[in-house]
Every structure is written in C-alpha cells, then in structure tokens.
Design a protein around this ligand. Structure first.
Ligand SMILES: [Fe+2]
Ligand SMILES: [Fe+2]
Length: 518
C-alpha cells in the first residue's frame, strides 16, 4: 500500500472512530439510571477495543468501589454472568486500578502476570482463581470529569484478535478510550447530580410534610402512610393478572410520582387552624372548662339567693320552711343535670332529635352574670357546636377543613415540578373526590377522576379509620374498616375493584414490597 493509501485508510478509520465515539457520547448522556449507565459504559468500551472483560471502579472518598464487571467469555462458558460481588479497594498505588486513580496515568500492560517486581502495582489473581480465568493484557484508564477530577477507573481485560486470541491493547486506542472514559465520567457525574437533587427534594418534602402533619395528633404521620398505601396499591395493580386492573401498568417513574403525590396531598392543611385540626369533640376541653366554671357560678348564685330567702323567712315568720331547702336542692340538681347533659352530647357522631330539643331548652335557660346582666346558659357559638347533627365540625369549620384541598392545589400548582412529576397537583387535587360526584372540591364524577386519585382516596380513608392518633383512642378493628370501605363502594363513592384488591391482598398489612420503607 502506498503512503497516500495508508493515510487515507487512517483518515477513514479515524472518522469512523469519531462517529462511534459521538454516538456513544449521546447514548451515555441520555441514560438516567446509574446502574444501566455503568453497564453501558463497560459494554461500549469493550466493543471499541474488542476486549473480553471490563471492570469499572468508582471513587468514593478514600476508596475505589468496584461497580461493574463484564467478562464475555465467562458468560458464554457458564451461560450466566458471574455473581457480582461488590468490594472496595484502598486508594493506593498497590492495585492497578488504585495506581491509575492516584496517578492519573494510563496503564497498558501486555501481561499482568509478568509485571516486574520493582513496579508499585500488582494484579489481584483472586478473580482468575475463582473463575478459572486468565487475565493477560490490560488497559486501565482514569475517568476524568469536566473539572479534570478523577472519579473512577475503567479497566479493560484481554484484547482479542479476530480469532479470539489474546493480544496486547493497541496503543493507538489509548487516547480514544481515555476520551470515552471522560465522556463516561461526565455522564456519571450528571446522573449522580440529578439523583442528589431528587434525593434533596424528596427529603425536603418528607421533612416539611412530617412537620405539617405533626401539628395535630390526628394527622401525625398520615401523609407518609398514605404514600405507602398508594405505592402498595400501584404495585399490586401491576401484579393483577386479569380484569380491569390487569390492563393497568404503572412504570417505576409513575409509581414515584404517585408516592410524591401521596406525601404532598394534604400540604394545604398548613392553612387550616390547629384548633380545627385538633378537634376531637364538638367542643374543645377548654370550652367545656369555661362552661363548667360558668355553671359553678350559677350554682353559687342559686345558693346565695336561697340564703337570702331564708333570712327573709326568718325575719318575717321567725322560722324557715322545709320546702325552701328542698327547692334549693332541686335547683342545684337541675343545673348539675344540665352540665352533665352538655358533657354527654359533646361527642362526635349523630345527635338524636330529642337531645337536640333538650339541648335548645338548656341553652336558652338564663342566669344573671356578676354584673347583673341576663345571660343564656350557652352562648350561640357553643350551642351551634353542640347541635352539630353529624360529626364534630360546624359548617364553617367543615368548610375550613375542606379548603385544605384548594390550598393544596394552590401550593402544588406553584411548584415547578419536572416532567416526570408533573401530574402531582392533579392527583393530589382529586383525593377527596368521589365517583358519584359527591366529593370535593370539584365534585368530579366517574372517569373524570384519575386512577391515581382513586387510589389516594382509598388510602386516605383507610388511614383515617385505622390510625390511633390518641393514647386513649383505639383503632377500628380491620373487619369494621373493611365494612366501611365496602359500604362506600356500594354507595358509589369508591372504586370497587381497587377496594376489593386492597382487602383481598391485605395491603393494609406489612408487605414485602421493597419500596415500602417510607
Ligand atoms: Fe385531605
Ligand atoms: Fe389526607
């Protein structure tokens, strides 16, 4: 071949290599999963050099972590990949990878078994012994990121010729592999940076929400548990073999999005007053104490009035009739009975009509306060609270409690979520919507409610029913919780397929889903 032909061939080869390197660069920069990225780097580096094996080490402070191992001939021979055992090397010049990481030099070794004794590094023959393998030629290059920092080492083992004989690595490939290792380093750095930011965001969300939930024992830990139940349901749906749910598949990304929506669904409760979040009964303990003191005062007045009457009788008739004392005791007993009645109806739940009438009469009774002004036994606000027919919140308190969804939407709509998390506001917005249109805030119906919002609605109700938020409050037994959920399905509010799957697979119990931790 003439000189011109040789240089033309070199030019063609170089162009081909640049084209390949470019394609690899694009592939590397678009992989977002660190594990897959490392595998891709090893595969591409092997392909470039026709190497049988490749190992990747990633630097972690004072050590090198063994991250990936590929050995094609072993895989072919054993029909499977050798089990990957993670280990780390000290960041010293004694190992080949350590030497490269410390010095930044490229090592191109013809035979790692004949390294002269005066050289600082040694090959570790353990892998060869364990796998009945012979490592011979080796090319180890540092992986430098864009700031020039070495983040790891790429180690290629046994370059093969076209008849699969081991040959030394071509020195001309060194600069290309070095360049590929650099591209890999930048890609690894980027993926780690994205993971760090994601973790930072996750932690920020978790800790802020835990703090918001902890404002009231009623809600402490609620959002984290809702997120957990949501993730369990999504995994379980993915495992459903048939039926309507069998058609639905959530990707890992979609599950992550649902988990975050679970964490964030009640963030709007930050705008609901603690006195409302805290409410257990119709009146708070403080309000009951105020009423008790008022009634003590009323009794004192009654006693004082009867003492006056006694004096009047003594003065006029020189004796006190027995009826006066009977009358006094009766009056005091009536006041005690009124207070006991108030305490008895001060519980959440249904107020009977006869109790409501009696409550009205009691509330309207009057006494004179210390200034001699006429006052009713209960003020209008106290009466309004006690006369709640269902639950324990007055209409205005109920409205404030329900407004948490609007506030959740208001907050989440302002967060610039990434594309993968963009549906969080929509899923969270639907967590109190019922299929029959009786939910809030929008009264959405049927198909207007996403599967994710349906899942969240079930998780939310289940957690509210099952949690023990006070030392003296017992959680409902599971049979009762199950009945309530099924009744909500019958009433047309909850998705029956998901509720039945939740019950059938006992998703309320601890499961083996790995993603369950938090
Ligand atoms: Fe809620
Ligand atoms: Fe909730």
């Amino acid at each position: 071949m003439g000189n011109a032909a040789v240089s033309l061939q070199k030019y063609v080869d170089l162009e081909e290599q640049i084209r390949k390197l470019n394609a690899i660069g694009i592939a590397l920069s678009s992989e977002r999963d660190l594990g897959k990225l490392l595998e891709l780097i090893a595969t591409e580096a092997r392909a470039f050099t026709n190497a049988d094996g490749c190992s990747l080490y990633i630097k972690d402070e004072e050590k090198l972590n063994f991250a990936v191992a590929q050995t094609e001939s072993l895989q072919k021979r054993d029909g499977k990949r050798e089990p990957f055992k993670s280990f780390s090397l000290p960041l010293t010049k004694e190992s080949i990878a350590g030497y490269v990481a410390v010095t930044g030099e490229v090592l191109n070794i013809e035979d790692v078994y004949t390294i002269p004794a005066n050289i600082e590094y040694r090959v570790n023959k353990q892998f060869d012994k364990n796998n009945n393998y012979r490592s011979k030629s080796m090319l180890a290059v540092p992986m430098r990121d864009n700031a020039g920092e070495i983040i790891g080492v790429l180690q290629l083992i046994n370059s093969l010729d076209c008849s699969d004989h081991i040959i030394p690595f071509n020195p001309e490939l060194e600069s290309i592999i070095l360049s590929l290792a650099s591209q890999a380093a930048v890609a690894i750095r980027n993926v780690k940076l994205i993971e760090d930011i994601k973790n930072l965001f996750r932690s920020l969300v978790r800790y802020s929400i835990k703090a918001i939930d902890a404002r009231s024992p009623h809600t402490a830990g609620h959002s984290g548990r809702v997120a957990k139940y949501c993730v369990r349901m999504a995994h379980a749906i993915n495992e459903e073999p048939e039926g309507r749910l069998g058609q639905i598949k959530f990707s890992a990304q979609e599950i992550e999005e649902l988990r975050m929506a679970g964490w964030l669904h009640d963030i709007g409760k930050i705008g609901v007053r603690e006195s409302i979040l805290e409410k257990t009964n119709k009146l708070t303990a403080n309000q009951i104490e105020v009423i008790s003191e008022r009634f003590e005062g009323i009794k004192n007045q009654v006693n004082a009035r009867f003492i006056e009457k006694k004096f009047e009788a003594l003065f006029e008739n020189k004796s006190v009739p027995d009826s006066l004392d009977i009358e006094r005791r009766q009056a005091i007993a009536e006041i005690d009975e009124a207070l006991n009645f108030i305490k008895r109806v001060n519980i959440p739940g249904h107020l009977k009509e006869e109790d409501r009438i009696h409550l009205k009469k009691t509330a309207e009774k009057t006494y004179l306060n210390s200034k001699g002004e006429k006052r009713t036994y209960l003020n209008p606000k106290e009466y309004e609270s006690l006369s709640i027919i269902r639950g324990n919140l007055t209409p205005s308190e109920y409205e404030e409690m329900q407004s948490h969804v609007l506030q959740t939407i208001g907050i989440l709509d302002k967060i610039p979520f990434t594309k993968e998390l963009q549906n969080i506001p929509q899923y969270a917005a639907g967590h109190h919507e019922y299929l029959d249109g009786t939910g809030y805030p929008r009264g959405l119906k049927g198909d207007e409610i996403s599967i994710q919002s349906r899942i969240m609605c079930i998780a939310d109700i289940y957690d509210a029913l099952s949690s023990t938020d006070r030392p003296y409050k017992k959680a409902l037994p599971i049979e009762e919780t199950v009945n309530i959920l099924r009744n909500e399905v019958k009433a047309g509010k909850l998705d029956g397929d998901i509720v039945e799957m939740f019950i059938r697979r006992k998703l309320y119990q601890k499961t083996s889903f790995q993603e369950d931790e938090d």
